[in-house]
Design a protein around this ligand. Structure first.
Ligand code: GLU
Length: 358
């Protein structure tokens, strides 16, 4: 039983109206924090216990991830909140906006800088395209370390010429490939034991872009710790980033930026593809919540479909069943997903599928 109070977060990027893949991920985060038996699985007593008894006492927060202001769409934060409310997915307190926390991110970068873990990178986008290793299946591009070598050389030559006046981003120097500190392992609640070599599989990621914007990695790590989040649910494309995040938390503790970062429980979700195999992109309006709601589909149909994507199969035929978020609570456990971690394909006729859910 999930007896300790967990703190989770909805962390949507306000780049448009949510699509079914976003709803599925946020719903999973909500279930993880609110279900009393997320890890043990339902024991079949849900009917006797009633919905109330299955609700945990977790705390769900809302963070609007608008740190990349160039991607933020005006009003998208309000649509997301309205859709979450419509779906019955509630959070506590006021939403936290990353765009209002730049001073905190700057202090975090300064702390890492004081530990000699940050270096300027002068590579342009086209330089990176030309020299980078091919994208991994999760879209991750590993930086080959050009400017890291340059920074080391300048340091050992005592070269004080002010290259920093040139447009540059700031990167974090992860431990060398053969250092034991480069190995970071964790147990994911869906994907099980995972281990990554930071140098080989993650690389020196950007903390602050050359246009001054802070990166997702930095903002997410800083905010999760400062908001007291200890339950993180997100797409499996962030599995390797999690190794980086765990290491970054430790470096920020070592720098004195915070005393202690409590351990986090992570769950990564299979990704959702459209039937053509292309990841649903919010910017393409691929059957977003605006379209779904205008088609007179009920929240229970959307939740029932997302529950089904999460492996909840209450119906005799194994198909999706209409249910409220509260009704899904006793049926949910991470075990539902563990057996089937393949990416999901959403039927191209999603509206018809949703409409037919009873
Ligand atoms: N803002 C990210 C997204 O919308 C969430 C990443 C995370 O949960 O850490 O995919």
């Amino acid at each position: 039983m999930n007896t300790t109070m967990m703190t989770g977060r909805f962390a949507p990027t306000p780049s448009g109206r949510m699509h079914i893949g976003n709803v599925y991920a946020l719903f999973a985060a909500w279930l993880s924090v609110n279900s009393r038996h997320a890890d043990t699985g339902s024991d079949g007593d849900a009917g006797d216990a009633g919905v109330g008894a299955d609700a945990g006492n977790g705390r769900m927060l809302l963070r609007i991830e608008d740190v990349d202001v160039s991607r933020a769409v005006p009003d998208a934060d309000r649509w997301i909140m309205d859709d979450l409310n419509w779906l019955g997915l509630r959070w506590q307190g006021e939403p936290v906006y990353q765009s209002q926390r730049l001073d905190i991110y700057r202090q975090a970068v300064d702390s890492l800088r004081a530990m000699m873990l940050v270096y300027p990178c002068f590579c342009s986008r086209s330089d990176l395209r030309a020299i980078s290793a091919p994208q991994q299946d999760d879209g991750f591009v590993i930086y080959p370390g050009t400017c890291r070598r340059l920074a080391l050389r300048r340091r050992s030559d005592g070269d004080a010429s002010n290259l920093a006046g040139k447009r540059h981003s700031l990167r974090i120097a992860v431990p060398d490939e053969h250092s034991p500190r480069a190995e970071v392992g964790f147990v994911d609640r869906v994907f099980g034991e995972r281990r990554f070599n930071l140098a080989r599989e993650v690389g020196d990621v950007v903390l602050r872009r050359s246009d001054g914007l802070y990166s997702y990695h930095l903002a997410s790590v800083v905010d999760d710790v400062l908001m007291g989040v200890d339950d993180v649910v997100r797409g499996r494309d962030l599995l390797r980033s999690t190794a980086l995040h765990i290491w970054l938390r430790e470096q920020l503790a070592a720098s004195g930026f915070w005393n202690d970062a409590p351990p986090v429980r992570y769950a990564h979700l299979p990704l959702i593809d459209t039937s053509s195999g292309i990841r649903l992109a919010k910017r393409k309006h691929s059957l977003d919540m605006g379209v779904i709601r205008a088609s007179h589909i009920a929240p229970e149909q959307v939740i029932g479909y997302c529950a089904w994507l999460l492996g909840i199969r209450p119906g005799s035929d194994g198909g999706p069943v209409a249910m409220s978020a509260q009704e899904a609570l006793p049926l949910f456990s991470w075990r539902c997903l563990r057996g089937d971690t393949a990416d999901r394909t959403v039927d191209g006729r999603l509206l018809d599928v949703l409409r037919a859910i009873r």
